[in-house]
Ligand binder design. Structure first.
Ligand code: SF4
Length: 383
């Protein structure tokens, strides 16, 4: 990068202004030897707007797999043969246990997700009932729903039930969209986020990097998310599940991932930027540096893949000098946890319940760790 350019980008971001297209491209094209400077600059912006707080989001997969859509990256599509857990709507009691586990380990947002093109009227009412109950039991918890395409009426139902956020990722640039999906359009995704916004729900929408897109297309989608006024921006790094159409994509390195996250931070300086799926797989030993750029991560496992343990997430945050943000800031701004679950006691409790305690065991040919615990399985969640 040219001398002084990073300072100029940082100064803009500290004023809440996004990087220009050219500046964002220069961040992506920076050399590996410049990446730490880029991360440090993004870190200044992150600390300016969010201090050292980290928001933990916790995924609760209400319904997994069997989706009619053909998104090339997705292990949950009917077109995918990935060895993921596949199940229909889980029982209410199981949802409650999953939510309780996430809340007890520091989650400030639970994300209620169901695979599929979009919910029926009956399914929206069912999820609205779940949202309303969680809202009553955990009034300060943020609830994000992610159910596919919505119209105004369905969005209104979710909002009135207490859904603070709706997630529906743009995933990739409009100019790249037809390469990754043929069963719906980019415009369909935009329309859903607009419906959520009209209903009063905070838009959560992000991208997936590593799907064969160009640098220009990465910047294109990052800027498009601004046009949707995204308040939360999850950045996924493609997990090349064996059995999906993108299984042979291997274009990301840890350094490039950090530049991608930094580019998104500089375009969304004052928004919640989340390091989402693929953090462990792609960023590997550099994972802690993610916290310099992002003020949000997922706790524990993802929808169909495993993350590092929830304990490791919290230790990483503490070791880096950051802190977990409480759902609503307490006087200290910190959240108080109970004692960390001891691995032996977890095994003992699980054994007593007749649960499988073998932990993460399923890794596919591409090295992607498949989720085998938590909701929809017989094993304890990874929190
Ligand atoms: S619509 Fe959602 S669940 Fe269905 S294939 Fe696409 S990303 Fe996967």
């Amino acid at each position: 990068m040219q001398v002084g350019e990073l300072d100029e980008i940082t100064a803009r971001a500290l004023r809440g202004e996004p990087a220009t297209t050219e500046q964002a491209l220069d961040i992506l094209k920076a050399g590996d030897d410049e990446t730490m400077s880029v991360v440090a600059a993004a870190g200044r912006v992150r600390r300016h707007f969010f201090g050292t707080g980290v928001r933990l989001n916790y995924l609760v997969n209400l319904k997994s797999g069997l989706c009619s859509e053909d998104c090339a990256y997705c292990s949950q599509s009917l077109a995918s043969t990935a060895q993921i857990p596949r199940y229909s709507w889980v029982e209410d009691g199981e949802v409650r246990r999953a939510v309780e586990a996430g809340v007890a380990r520091g989650a400030s947002t639970v994300c209620l997700v169901a695979s599929g093109r979009g919910p029926s009227r009956r399914e929206v009412d069912k999820v609205a009932g779940i949202v309303a109950r969680i809202h009553r039991e955990h009034p300060s918890l943020h609830i994000c729903t992610c159910l596919g395409f919505l119209d105004d009426e369905k969005a209104k139902t979710l909002y009135e039930a207490g859904s603070d956020r709706y997630n529906h990722n743009l995933n990739t640039a409009e100019s790249h969209y037809c390469e990754i999906c043929s069963t719906h359009s980019y415009a369909d995704r935009v329309a859903t986020m607009q419906a959520a916004r009209r209903a009063g729900i905070s838009p959560c929408t992000g991208l997936i990097a590593g799907m064969g897109e160009t640098d220009e297309q990465l910047v294109e989608v990052a800027l498009a998310l601004r046009e949707l006024d995204a308040e939360s921006v999850p950045v996924n790094l493609l997990l090349p599940f064996e059995g999906t159409r993108l299984a042979d994509h291997r274009e990301l390195t840890p350094q490039r991932c950090l530049r991608i996250l930094s580019m998104v931070r500089m375009i969304h300086p004052d928004r919640e930027v989340r390091s989402a799926a693929g953090r462990e797989y792609h960023i590997r030993t550099l994972q802690p540096l993610v916290l310099e750029v992002c003020n949000s991560i997922f706790l524990g496992d993802y929808l169909t893949s495993e993350g590092q343990s929830g304990r490791d997430d919290r230790e990483m945050i503490a070791d880096m000098g950051f802190h977990v943000e409480a759902p609503e800031p307490s006087t200290s701004g910190q959240i108080c946890f109970g004692p960390e679950p001891d691995a032996r006691s977890v095994v003992a409790v699980a054994s007593a319940l007749g649960e499988d305690t073998t932990g993460p065991v399923l890794v596919d040919a591409a090295g992607v760790a498949i989720r085998t615990r938590g909701i929809g399985t017989s094993s304890l969640p990874n929190v």
